[in-house]
Design a protein around this ligand. Sequence first.
Ligand code: ADP
Length: 286
Amino acid sequence: MASLGISISSVAAGRPMRSLASSPSCSNNKPFASLNATRSLESSRAPFRLEISYDRRFSDELRRQPLAAARSGPVVAAAEPEPMKIMISGPPASGKGTQCELIKKKYGLVHIAAGDLLRAEIGAGTENGKRAKEYMEKGMLVPSEIVVMMVKERLLQPDAQEKGWLLDGYPRSLSQATALEDLRIQPDLFILLDVSEEILIERVVGRRLDPVTGKIYHLKYSPPENEEIAARLTQRFDDTEEKVKLRLKTHHQNVEDVLSTYKDVIFKAKEIHCCVVKKGGAFINC
Ligand code: ADP
């Protein structure tokens, strides 16, 4: 029987740290995964760059056959290649935005961020936006009846259907995951970013946005290039120490429920020096 595979590698600019590549001897029709990680020379706070690449020997087959379907039976090639579908999850300031930019550019996927959809509603002054803001200010999850519909509608738009999607910050609860499962919307890969709490808080509190270019700065680690930019930087209303602690608590309370839904397609990238990938039912540490 034909086998299929996916190769995942994680790198940060700097010296090689450690690398693990599983042999593609995938005779049981389970997805094959491999990963490489390098640690940054600069500091543990330097951004972690994640690269995903299909193993060339298997890529055509994988793209014809979503992993979710392959889990349960033999490979059956469909007429049209399926676009890639990825979910990415992680606590506040774990680097989702940075990874999403890289993945989006490399694979041409449509980036759909639940938080951005909600902030757009707030910006437009809609009723949903007003309600959502009350929860977001408390670091709580916005009720599913607001978020689920918003995300479903966006996923079903033609650009996401044609190019594939990178879903960021959704699902964050079992009911949100189930809402997609009910529509048979499943990812090929679920990336979980895992970063220590101390680093997250420092990142969040120093994070600033340039409203003109959309670029994200950090007052200490990635300061603005000049005074003019510094003067116009804004801070997200929920990027305070008090609120990020609440957001972290909410993340930890919900993440396990979501992971159970996607346990066969999870790639877990833990704070630069440890990666875990699930391969054929067993975790491999590196
Ligand atoms: P972060 O990952 O830093 O929490 P986001 O922009 O993803 O930032 O989310 C900001 C806020 O928007 C969250 O704290 C939460 O209140 C709300 N939110 C985002 N995604 C969801 C979701 N899937 N379900 C419910 N609320 C959400």
